[in-house]
Design a protein. Structure first.
Length: 47
């Protein structure tokens, strides 16, 4: 298993879902700043 995944205590798929959903939220937020203002940072900081 990858050291990054071990450090994050996540499986590959958990990491993929977190990264993908955060990235999509950031992309939406880039075009519409009033939408999903804290989604990505809240999701990442919980991990």
């Amino acid at each position: 298993m990858n050291k990054h995944l071990k450090d994050a205590k996540m499986t590959y798929w958990e990491h993929w879902l977190t990264a993908t959903s955060s990235g999509l939220a950031l992309l939406i937020h880039a075009w519409f700043p009033c939408i999903l203002k804290d989604y990505a940072s809240n999701k990442i900081s919980k991990k």
